[in-house]
Design a protein around this ligand. Structure first.
Ligand code: ADP
Ligand code: ASP
Ligand code: MG
Length: 407
């Protein structure tokens, strides 16, 4: 008999039929003798819809009220899910994040968990209930409702699994696991049986939406085994675990693309100490999340600095760059919305030279221009034009033969 935390994403509970399917699955697990804690996301696209509504009534969208609004989505889902469970003979009780013991900091819209007081959930389990917990929410140390941010339900599930010392944290979604690339872009992408935390973290940092990055970090730090799997076929999926000494590191595991960023170039910057420091300090103070940075070799005492930021932070970042430009005498600031970051990830590249050469040659052979490059020990990322993104993913997935490999 195992204790399982099972998290269901928006698509998995999108309508009454889906909720019924999940309830039947939980009933099967209970009959098998497992204890189950459910974590549920808002139904379908509800979170997006609530965000849209807020935009219609408010320009300022105050954080406290936004969190009260957004968390309503999960609250609706947990009550419906509990009712459906009753219908199939499973005793269940719904819990908001606050009731489930999630204490967070006061950072609205992106609150961090500071404590999980899981006593009440533990008692519900001991009394034979399936607790159904609202994902991505908690209560702040100053007693306000908080939202953990987009994708936060994965983090709720991992944190509960840790607090309850569960045997596994199962993240159910609309694909059957973690794939060698997004199966919606490359249909021949393969599901992996296993992946290490290090590789999974690089994939999520490179833009893979599943599982959410913070949840992988949390699981890694607290040694919570993750099982990413399908809420549609119920087949076994991908285990994200610690490295196993017997595992031969794959050269390349996955190709990941990310079109959520835009590129800014500050041109004709005086090439002297402190200019980059000043610019990036101001961006940091404004909480702008800078990803790739490239500075060119200087000619005639000036240079160009390019970097990427999330689309939604582009206006703020442009404003800061403009003021830095006039303060430093730089020539100009430009931006490009239509870019994509394409990355290859694999722990085996540490000990195998030539991965980068193959990547750059393959993009060149397909007339795809590389605008920026960055690397980590187990990842190489290139910024390309947005129009080239899917094609870049396809040709790289093919050149590293990811459709033919099993791991
Ligand atoms: P959920 O809402 O269930 O939490 P998301 O919608 O956030 O899940 O993420 C699941 C989606 O991630 C899938 O539908 C899939 O298209 C996409 N995806 C992108 N890259 C990958 C990958 N390498 N492996 C699996 N899924 C991926
Ligand atoms: N419903 C929230 C979102 O769509 C939280 C989550 O599902 O993880 O981001
Ligand atoms: Mg989702």
């Amino acid at each position: 008999m195992a204790l399982l935390v099972q998290k269901f994403g928006g698509t998995s509970v999108a309508d009454p039929e889906r909720i019924a399917e999940v309830a039947s699955h939980v009933a099967r697990c209970r009959h098998r003798g497992d204890d189950v804690v459910l974590v549920v996301s808002a139904m379908g696209k509800e979170t997006d819809e609530l965000l849209r509504l807020a935009g219609e009534v408010s320009d300022s969208r105050p954080g406290r009220e936004m969190d009260m609004l957004i968390t309503a989505g999960e609250r609706k889902a947990i009550s419906l899910m509990s009712m459906a469970l009753h219908g199939v003979g499973v005793r269940a009780e719904s819990y908001t994040g606050s009731q489930a013991g999630f204490v967070t900091d006061v950072n609205h819209s992106n609150a961090k968990i500071v404590d999980v007081r899981a006593g009440r959930i533990r008692t519900a389990l001991d009394d034979g209930y399936v607790p159904v917990v609202a994902g991505a929410q908690g209560v702040s140390v100053d007693n306000n409702v908080t939202f953990l941010g987009r994708g936060g339900s994965d983090t709720t599930a991992v944190a509960l699994a840790k607090a309850l010392d569960a045997d596994a944290c199962e993240l159910y979604t609309d694909v059957s696991g973690v794939f060698t690339t997004d199966p919606r872009v490359v249909p021949s992408a393969r599901r992996m049986n296993r992946i290490t935390f290090d590789e999974m973290l690089e994939m999520t940092a490179a833009g893979c939406p599943k599982p959410a990055m913070r949840s992988v970090e949390y699981a890694h730090r607290h040694h919570v085994p993750l099982h990413v799997r399908s809420a549609f076929t119920w087949e076994p999926g991908t285990w994200v675990t610690e490295e196993d000494a017997n595992m031969e590191a794959a050269l390349i595991r996955a190709v990941v693309s990310d079109d959520s960023q835009a590129k800014i170039t500050v041109a004709g910057v005086p090439d002297r100490p402190g200019i980059a420091g000043g610019l990036f300090r101001r961006l940091a103070e404004a909480d702008v999340n800078v990803d790739l940075i490239v500075q060119n070799v200087s000619t005639n005492g000036v240079t160009d600095i390019s970097f990427t930021v999330p689309h939604e932070q582009l206006p703020l970042a442009m404003e800061i760059c403009e003021s830095e430009r006039s303060a430093t005498g730089a020539a100009g600031v430009t931006s490009d919305h239509d870019i994509a970051k394409v990355s290859v990830v694999g722990a085996g590249m540490k000990s195998n030279p030539g991965v980068a050469a193959v990547m750059f040659e393959t993009l060149a052979d397909n007339a795809i221009n590389i605008e920026m490059i960055s690397t980590s020990a187990i990842r190489i990322s290139c910024i390309v034009s947005g129009d080239d993104s899917d094609r870049a993913v396809e040709v790289l997935h093919s050149v590293y033969e990811l459709s033919e490999t099993t791991f």
